[in-house]
Design a protein around this ligand. Structure first.
Ligand code: AMP
Length: 146
């Protein structure tokens, strides 16, 4: 009954470390595999099809993408996420989070109750969509402002 594969979903908002650490703690308690995902949705990449997994080792000519990669790698390193469990993906967050979870037999997605998109909704739009579309359990970590 224990979770076998937990995936932390982070958007690089201020709460990302907190969410990732919660996922890490759960993975330790359950001795489960830990994955980390960030979906790039705020940089133009016209030549790259939606759903493309971005290589963390090859250099690109975009400074912005390099900066995003470094932020992602730093958090992945802090959590000791193994290379095959690091998902930096170009696309639509709700689609890619559920797709990658599904393809990799993730049984628990850990995410914030809201993130970059603010607290206009009780449950943010990404959190809400993942909760409705994921085939596995979803833990919405309550984010309090202040
Ligand atoms: P939101 O519903 O967009 O306010 O965000 C809620 C949570 O969804 C965030 O705290 C993250 O855990 C996750 N999330 C939102 N956007 C992304 C993204 N681009 N990549 C990965 N996770 C995300």
């Amino acid at each position: 009954m224990n979770y076998q594969h937990i995936m932390a979903s982070i958007d690089f908002s201020d709460h990302s470390q907190y969410i990732a650490q919660k996922a890490k703690n759960l993975a330790t308690v359950y001795s489960s595999k830990l994955s980390l995902i960030h979906v790039l949705d705020n940089i133009p990449m016209p030549q790259v099809p939606y759903g493309t997994v971005i290589s963390l080792t090859e250099n690109t000519d975009s400074d912005y993408l390099e900066a995003e990669k470094q932020k992602f790698i730093q958090i992945a390193n802090q959590l000791n996420v193994t290379d095959g469990c690091r998902w930096l993906v170009w696309g639509n967050p709700k689609q890619e989070i559920t797709h990658i979870a599904d393809q990799n037999n993730v049984d628990l997605i850990v995410m914030g109750s809201h993130g970059r998109h603010g607290i206009a909704l009780l449950l943010g739009s990404t959190a809400n969509a993942v909760l409705h579309h994921a085939k596995c359990d979803v833990l919405a970590v309550r984010i309090k402002e202040h």
